[in-house]
Design a binder for this molecule. Structure first.
Ligand SMILES: NC(=O)c1ccc[n+]([C@@H]2O[C@H](COP(=O)([O-])OP(=O)(O)OC[C@H]3O[C@@H](n4cnc5c(N)ncnc54)[C@H](O)[C@@H]3O)[C@@H](O)[C@H]2O)c1
Length: 278
C-alpha cells in the first residue's frame, strides 16, 4: 500500500533531534524523501542545541527506511545558507512538496524589566524570522513545481496564551500564527496550504531539562520529571499527562500535509492534551 506522502519531498528545519527528527522519520516511513537542516551547534543564551552526530543519526534513521535524505548544517537566521541548502536538496531530489518550519529555541529570559535585549533579539531572530526565511527560501520551489504543497509552521500553546517571564518566546509564537495566516492567503490559489501545530510540553531536550522543570516547580529545589508531571497533568492539561511525545506532533503534521487534509488551510491545530481550553 502506498504511504500517505509517497513520492513527495519534505524540507524540515531543526531535524537533528526532537520533533524535527521525529517528523523526518514519520514522513519517510510514509514514503517521503527529506531535505533536513539543523544548526548543530550551540546558540548563545539557549540550551545546548543538537550536534553533527545528532543530525547524522537522523540521516541513518531515514535511510534505514529506504528513503533519501540530504542533510545540511545551516542556521535559520542565515537566509543565504537556508536557501543554498533547500536549492541543493531540490536539485538532488527533484521536487519539493512539504515544508516543516520547526526549528526553534526555548528562552525563559525572565521579566521584561530585567531581560537582556540580546535575549529578545535572538529568540525573535530564530523563532520568527527563521520561519520567514524558511518560507522565503522554500515557497518559490513549491510554486515552480505547480503541484500545490503544504507548509506547517510549528507554534506552541504559547502562540495563543501569554506566559509570564517568556515575552520573547510568546511574542515570536504569536507572530508565527500571523505569518501562517498570511502565507495561507498568499498561496491558496496555487493550492499550497499553510497551517500550524500548537504543541504543549513535548518530551524533547527543549522541555526535559532542569530549567524547564524549575519553571513548573519553583517551589522545589531540585525538581525532576515526576514533579512536573504531577502538576502539569492536573493543572495544565485536561488529559492526565504531563507532556506528549514527539510522535504525537508528527502524527498531527502527517495528517495536515497529507491529501486527507486537502481542504484544510489557515488552521492552528493544538496538540495540547486540552491545555488551551483551561
Ligand atoms: N518541547 C516542547 O515542550 C515544545 C512545546 C511547544 C512548542 N515547541 C516547539 O517545537 C519546535 C521543536 O522543538 P523541540 O521540542 O524538538 O526542541 P529541541 O530543542 O529538541 O529541537 C530543536 C531543534 O532545532 C534546532 N535549532 C535551534 N536553533 C536553530 C537554528 N537557528 N537554525 C537551525 N536549527 C536550529 C536545534 O539544534 C534542535 O535540533 C520548536 O519550534 C519549539 O519552539 C516545543
Amino acid at each position: 500500500m502506498p504511504g500517505r506522502v509517497e513520492g513527495k519531498v519534505a524540507f524540515i528545519t531543526g531535524a537533528g533531534r526532537g520533533q524535527g527528527r521525529s517528523h523526518a522519520v514519520r514522513l519517510a516511513a510514509e514514503g517521503a524523501d527529506i531535505i533536513a537542516i539543523d544548526i548543530c551547534h550551540d546558540v548563545e543564551g539557549a540550551l545546548p542545541m543538537s550536534t553533527p552526530a545528532d543530525l547524522a543519526e537522523t540521516v541513518k534513521l531515514v535511510e534505514s527506511l529506504d528513503r533519501r535524505i540530504i542533510a545540511t548544517q545551516a542556521d535559520v537566521r542565515d537566509f543565504d545558507g537556508i536557501k543554498a541548502a533547500v536549492d541543493a536538496g531540490v536539485e538532488e531530489l527533484g521536487r519539493l512538496d512539504i515544508v516543516l518550519a520547526n526549528a526553534g529555541i526555548a528562552s525563559a529570559g525572565g521579566p521584561v524589566e530585567t531581560m537582556a535585549p540580546d535575549g529578545w533579539k535572538n529568540t525573535i531572530d530564530i523563532n520568527l524570522t527563521g520561519l520567514w526565511h524558511t518560507a522565503r527560501a522554500a515557497v518559490p520551489h513549491l510554486i515552480a513545481g505547480g503541484r500545490g504543497g503544504s507548509i506547517v509552521l510549528t507554534g506552541s500553546v504559547a502562540a495563543l496564551q501569554g506566559s509570564a517571564n517568556m515575552s520573547a518566546y510568546v511574542s515570536a509564537k504569536h507572530g508565527v500564527l500571523g505569518l501562517m495566516r498570511t502565507l495561507a492567503l498568499e498561496l491558496g490559489q496555487q493550492r499550497i496550504r499553510v497551517n500550524s501545530v500548537l504543541p504543549t510540553n513535548v518530551n524533547t531536550p527543549m522541555f526535559m531539562n532542569e530549567g524547564a522543570f524549575k519553571l513548573f516547580r519553583p517551589d522545589l529545589e531540585n525538581p525532576g520529571p515526576d514533579d512536573v508531571a504531577a502538576v502539569a497533568a492536573q493543572f495544565m492539561h485536561v488529559l492526565p499527562v504531563g507532556w506528549v511525545e514527539p510522535e504525537d506532533i508528527s502524527n498531527a503534521i502527517l495528517f495536515l500535509v497529507s491529501d486527507e487534509a486537502r481542504y484544510i488551510t489557515g488552521v492552528a491545530l493544538p496538540v495540547d492534551a486540552g491545555a488551551l481550553i483551561k
